[in-house]
Design a protein around this ligand. Sequence first.
Ligand SMILES: [Zn+2]
Length: 492
Amino acid sequence: MSLRLYNTLSGQIEELTPQPGRPLSIYACGPTVYDYGHIGNFRTFVQVDILRRFLKLQGMPLRHVMNITDVDDKIMARAAAAGQSIGDYTAKYEAAFLEDLNALAIEQPEFLARATEHIPQMVGLIEKLVERGCAYRGENGSYYFRIASFPGYGKLSKKDLAGMEDGARVDVDEYDKDSARDFALWKAAKPGEFHWNTPLGPGRPGWHIECSAMATEYLGETFDLHTGGEDLMFPHHENEIAQSESASGKTFARHWMHIRFLLVEGKKMSKSLGNFYTLRDLLLRGYKASAIRFLLTAVPYRNQLNFTFEGLTESTNAVERLRTFIERLRKGEFPAGVNAAILEATERAGKNFIASLEDDLNTAEARAAIFELVRLANSSADRGELRQDNVAPILEVLAKFDQVFAVLEDHDDAVTRFALDWAAKENRLTEATTELVAGYSLSAEAIDKLVEERTKARKSKDFARADAIRKELAEKGILLEDSADGARWRRK
Ligand SMILES: [Zn+2]
């Protein structure tokens, strides 16, 4: 197995390796569960899933942890505004996050760790930092990390700390990229505020300490790979390194992977620009989960992805092309024997696919290798030159492709139906969703039945009935494509 991955810490492409005799250990910064996830979040999670699935395909044993941030400034504020406990408030969004992972065929890691279930570990880590002189208690009862005590501060983000003022503090979890200041490890409770009673006094952990404590709990003081969106590099990841390495005296994560943000229609995604989309928004516009997932892998993780509606349509068509091709191979009958040129192209595609992913997870090249094979095999089949013994090797390459990209098995109907049920429950169905609701009033099974009935009607030359069925399906946005191998349907 081999994977050369860019390491933000060293600024170089390096071989990703486990420590001797151990599974590869990965800590992935997970969601803060205060709202529904947007497609920018899911670009990160899908790319980490590609990494995970590729390592598994290569036979690498994994110990992969993802945290769920279920206490932080935003959650405290929103739960208070909703008049709910933070537990009740976050439970809903944590469940929604897991549903969204499922919708996008993102595998769950070996461990999901909730911050609120690891308070003693965080307190222990803060106590250790105080003992070592790297943390101190402020007059407000909060605890802060003393940045001046950690000479390596800035090594990940390559931040220049010149002019930093010793003892200048910041209390909020998320702060501006220009302020390297002593940050809060533990926030003393204000009167009436939700808190834990601990040896540090009543309060709650800061955001950064969570990840340090939970990474160490599951993976040890040193582990192999830490992942996250590029926005987390500073201050979050820089602070994780400072806390962990000050406490242990050892390297925290050996390798850091940062996933670049996406643009939407060429612009930074923001609510004020009206280009801010959750996964559910897109599903309710009729886009399929597989197409969304596939678009999120269109360019390598370190490149900026421009997420557009045109791109989504292309992505839908690309997935459809792959599924149609597989069906053609499975159902078609080809002359016996093997076409040597196609066999060679199949082997080449398989090799290029793996080599592209080994090269810093180049998803664009890996996809291109597969589409090249599909193009060659399709045109060979059109000319009657594809042979039966070509089928199994091609399907094998596609199976490998799908172990990583996970778009070929069709769960799209179930996902969209789920989103529609959710929207109905939450009163989020709008005029724009009316057509979609009508289309999904027919289940996949019901459509299969109608298609079958139509095929029978055509065979018995009952063309009136066959046409009536086609018309009924068309009215519900379902398209039929007839081919030599039978009829296929898909939703518009
Ligand atoms: Zn984190």
